[in-house]
Design a protein around this ligand. Structure first.
Ligand SMILES: [Zn+2]
Length: 260
């Protein structure tokens, strides 16, 4: 990750820009989805220490302030995907300690199933200031869904969350970050104001709010996390695009996509 620290210095956008951070689980498992609790604590402590320079903001506020030109020069948004229980049990106390806003993108079929947060845990997170967003009903590759399936995964999942939790749900996350023009149109038609991907880049004034880039977070120490907040992981986009091209060439994968 030394390259991340070098890349953090170059190139930087000149205007205001936001790094949207993507977490899944907070635990000690080495599963590619988890960040260890002590490292998440270090990462959030770094953000707390630097909150004047790089405040943590809500995703709506990030987009709005970029659009209206009143943005802080740099800010971050903290997001969680899939609705894992340990993101709440281990992550929430740390977020609450610093008063950081966050958004938790929930997959409705997963709520209350083993490993995933229960309705009660989600309500607890909401009362501590966590926004809930939609991450579909069953976590499919939306590009492969027909029109009726898109309605179930996007419109119905939104309505389901709004019914269960009694709040408007206007933020969306594409499962595994996969989307296309048709998917974006469906998300827009359903009434979502923002939608996040897994493409690593800055969110800037010209970014489509329904195709917001994010950086997936890993077991980074504070110094490397600081570099990541400075855009130091954006270079991985090139590496990951190459990997996706290889996967595509080797043919379609079978089975349900791993929740990510
Ligand atoms: Zn996911």
């Amino acid at each position: 990750m030394a390259i991340a620290r070098v890349a953090a210095h170059n190139p930087l956008p000149l205007g205001p820009a936001v790094q949207v951070l993507c977490y899944h689980r907070i635990n000690a498992a080495d599963d590619g989805l988890s960040v260890m609790p002590h490292l998440f604590k270090e990462q959030m402590a770094w953000l707390a220490e630097h909150r004047r320079d790089v405040p943590a903001v809500r995703i709506d506020d990030a987009v709005r302030s970029l659009a209206t030109g009143v943005s802080d020069r740099r800010s971050v948004v903290v997001t969680f995907d899939d609705g894992w229980a340990d993101a709440i049990s281990a992550g929430l106390p740390i977020l609450a300690e610093h008063g950081f806003p966050a958004v938790s993108y929930l997959t409705t079929d997963f709520i209350g199933s083993p490993g995933y947060a229960s309705r009660a845990q989600i309500l607890e997170a909401m009362s501590a200031g966590v926004e809930i967003g939609c991450h579909t009903a069953s976590h499919p590759d939306l590009r492969t869904c027909n029109r009726a399936e898109l309605r179930v995964e996007i419109d119905d999942a939104k309505a389901d969350l709004e019914d269960r939790f009694g709040v408007p749900v206007t933020s969306f996350a594409y499962p595994t970050g996969l989307f296309d023009d048709r998917t974006i149109s469906a998300v827009r038609a359903a009434g979502f104001r923002t939608a996040v991907t897994c493409r690593r880049a800055w969110l800037g004034p010209r970014t489509d709010p329904l195709a917001i880039p994010r950086n997936t977070m890993e077991n980074l120490d504070a110094a490397t996390f600081a570099a990541a907040v400075g855009g130091g992981l954006n270079y991985l986009r090139v590496v990951e695009a190459g990997r996706r091209a290889l996967v595509t060439r080797s043919g379609p994968r079978s089975g349900r996509a791993k929740a990510a």
